[in-house]
Design a protein around this ligand. Structure first.
Ligand SMILES: Nc1nc2c(c(=O)[nH]1)N(C=O)[C@@H](CNc1ccc(C(=O)N[C@@H](CCC(=O)O)C(=O)O)cc1)CN2
Ligand SMILES: Nc1nc2c(ncn2[C@@H]2O[C@H](COP(=O)(O)OP(=O)(O)OP(=O)(O)O)[C@@H](O)[C@H]2O)c(=O)[nH]1
Length: 445
C-alpha cells in the first residue's frame, strides 16, 4: 500500500503557530521527489540538510531560502519518500509555499494524523506506539512525557505482543492435536501442556488490569474538585494554586456559578482543578442551583474532593458523603484569621500568608505520586486497551472452562482471546478503530 503510485502525496505545516523563527513544512508520498525537484531545481542528497532557494514554478520567483531535507523511503518516518522544508516562519512565507504545493496534481493537504497513519500502515509503528506518539505531543507534564515516551518506544505493545504470540502458539498446539487425533501413534495429550500457559497469561492480564487506572489517570490528569459552602475561599485557593486570576473572588457569597477548570503541573504530575459554586440550600437562585447541581455531578467522578470550610466556623458534618468512592479531604481555609488550634483530619490553608498552602501542596503531591506515580511495568493508558484486555480475558476464561466443551470450541475461545490483543496493537482488521485514534492528532503529525 505504501508504494501505491496513485496515492496522494500529502503536505502540512508541522510546526506550531505563526509567526515563528522557523516553520517546518512536511511532505510524504510518491510525488515528493518531483515536487522537490520542481521547487529546488534538483533533488538534494538524501538525509542531508541543504540550503536551497525555493522557486515558484509558474514565474520562477523566489518563495524563500530554506533548509531542505529529503528522505528516501522506506528510511523515513512514514516509510514513504518524504521531505521537509525548514522555512522562515512568517505567515506570508508559509502561505506562499503552501499555495504552490496545492497546485501540484496528486498533492493534497494532510488530514490530522495522516503522517502517523502512514507510518502505521507501513508497519513502522503499532497502534499503541501511535497513541504514545499522540500523547507525547499532548503531554503537559514530566510524568506524562515519560509515560508517552515509553509507550511510543513500544514497551506496552511488546507486552501485548508477547502474550499474543504465546496464545497463538497454544492454539497451534490444539489445532495440531485435532488434525492428528485419528492417528494412533500421536498421544491425545499434546495440547495438555498449554493450559498452564493460558492460566499464567490470564493471571498476568488480570494483574495488569488491576492498576487502579494509573496510566489512564496520568494521561488525562487527576481530577480534583473544590467543594464547600459559599465564601469558603474556593476561588481564592484556585487562583493561588494556578498563580493567576482564573476565578472571580469577592466577599459576596455565590460569586462562582459555573465550573471553572485549570490545569496544574504538580511536581511533574498533571492535575485538573475544578472550582465550583458554593453549596447552599436556601437563598440560591435558579442559576446558582444549577451551578450546585453541576458541582456535585462533577465531584462524583473526581479522583479527589477538597471540602473547604472557613477555619473559624464549626466543622460541618454535612459534607456530601454520597459522592463516590473517592477521598474527601477537609481543608480549613483562612487560617491566618483563626487563632484556635488545629483540628485533626483537617489541612489548614491560607492564601494570605507566605507558605500558607505548603501543607496542602505537599499532601496533593504525595497523593498524585501514589495514584499515578512511577510504574515498573508498562501500564495501559486508555479505555480502549482495557476493552481489548477484557475481551481477551473472556476468551481465556471460557477456554479454561473444562474439557467437556471439546478442544475445537476451546481453540475458538483462544482465537477470540488473541483477537482482543490484536485489536489493541492493530494487527487485525481494525479499520473501524483507525479513524477514532487518528482523529485526535494534530495536522502535520
Ligand atoms: N525535523 C523533524 N524532526 C522530528 C521529526 C521529523 O519528522 N522531522 N519527528 C517525527 O515525528 C521526530 C523524530 N522521529 C523520526 C523517526 C524516524 C525518522 C526516520 O527517518 N527514520 C528512518 C531512518 C532512521 C535513521 O536515521 O537511523 C528509519 O527508521 O528507517 C525520522 C524522524 C521528532 N523530530
Ligand atoms: N484572610 C483570608 N481571606 C481569604 C482567604 N481565602 C479567601 N479569603 C477571602 O474570602 C472571601 C471569599 O473568597 P472566595 O474565594 O470568593 O470564596 P468562594 O468559596 O469561591 O465563594 P463562592 O464563589 O461564593 O462560592 C474573599 O473576600 C477572599 O478574599 C484566606 O486564606 N485568608
Amino acid at each position: 500500500m505504501q508504494w501505491d503510485p496513485e496515492r496522494d502525496t500529502i503536505y502540512a505545516l508541522s510546526s506550531g503557530g505563526l509567526p515563528s523563527g522557523v516553520a517546518v513544512v512536511r511532505l510524504s508520498g510518491p510525488r515528493v521527489r518531483f515536487v522537490v525537484e520542481t521547487l529546488c531545481g534538483a533533488v538534494p542528497e538524501a538525509r542531508r540538510t541543504s540550503l536551497r532557494r525555493l522557486r515558484d514554478p509558474v514565474d520562477g520567483s523566489v518563495l524563500d531560502e530554506a533548509l531542505v531535507i529529503v528522505f528516501e523511503g522506506p528510511a523515513s518516518f512514514t516509510g514513504e519518500d518524504a521531505a521537509e522544508f525548514h522555512l522562515h516562519g512568517g505567515r506570508a512565507v508559509v502561505a506562499a509555499v503552501l499555495r504552490v504545493l496545492e497546485t501540484f496534481d496528486g498533492v493534497a493537504a494532510a488530514e490530522p494524523g495522516a503522517f502517523a497513519r502512514r507510518a502505521f500502515e507501513a508497519g513502522r509503528l503499532d497502534l499503541t506506539e501511535v497513541e504514545g506518539l499522540g500523547d507525547l505531543v499532548q503531554a503537559e507534564t514530566e510524568a506524562q512525557r515519560r509515560q508517552a515516551l515509553r509507550q511510543m518506544g513500544g514497551e506496552l505493545g511488546a507486552l501485548y505482543d508477547h502474550w499474543r504470540a504465546t496464545l497463538v502458539r497454544c492454539r497451534a498446539m490444539i489445532e495440531a492435536e485435532l488434525d492428528f487425533a485419528d492417528e494412533d501413534d500421536v498421544p491425545g495429550t499434546v495440547s495438555d501442556s498449554i493450559w498452564d500457559d493460558v492460566i499464567r497469561i490470564r493471571d498476568e492480564i488480570t494483574n495488569h488490569l488491576e492498576d487502579n487506572r494509573r496510566g489512564e489517570r496520568l494521561r488525562s490528569g487527576l481530577q480534583v474538585v473544590l467543594l464547600g459552602p459559599p465564601n469558603a475561599g474556593k476561588s481564592s485557593l484556585m487562583n493561588a494554586l494556578a498563580q493567576r486570576d482564573v476565578a472571580i473572588v469577592t466577599e459576596e457569597a455565590g460569586t462562582t456559578r459555573d465550573l471553572i477548570e485549570v490545569h496544574l503541573d504538580l511536581a511533574g504530575f498533571p492535575v485538573t482543578l475544578v472550582d465550583t459554586a458554593g453549596l447552599r440550600g436556601e437563598g440560591a437562585g435558579r442559576v446558582e442551583r444549577e451551578g450546585i447541581r453541576r458541582a456535585l455531578e462533577r465531584a462524583k467522578t473526581a479522583d479527589l474532593v477538597l471540602w473547604l470550610q472557613d477555619a473559624r466556623e464549626p466543622t460541618r458534618s454535612d459534607v456530601p458523603v454520597a459522592l463516590g468512592q473517592q477521598g474527601v479531604w477537609r481543608i480549613a481555609t483562612k487560617w491566618d484569621l483563626y487563632d484556635g488550634s488545629a483540628r485533626t483530619d483537617e489541612i489548614p490553608s491560607s492564601v494570605e500568608v507566605i507558605g500558607g498552602l505548603d501543607g496542602l501542596l505537599d499532601e496533593l503531591g504525595r497523593f498524585a505520586s501514589e495514584t499515578i506515580g512511577h510504574a515498573e511495568a508498562p501500564v495501559l493508558t486508555r479505555a480502549r486497551h482495557r476493552e481489548g484486555l477484557r475481551r481477551c480475558l473472556d476468551g481465556l476464561g471460557r477456554s479454561l472452562e473444562g474439557e467437556a466443551r471439546g478442544l475445537e470450541l476451546r481453540a475458538e475461545d483462544l482465537r477470540l482471546a488473541t483477537d482482543g490483543l490484536s485489536r489493541i496493537v492493530g494487527k487485525t482488521d481494525v479499520e473501524d478503530l483507525l479513524d477514532v485514534i487518528f482523529r485526535d492528532f494534530c495536522i502535520g503529525k
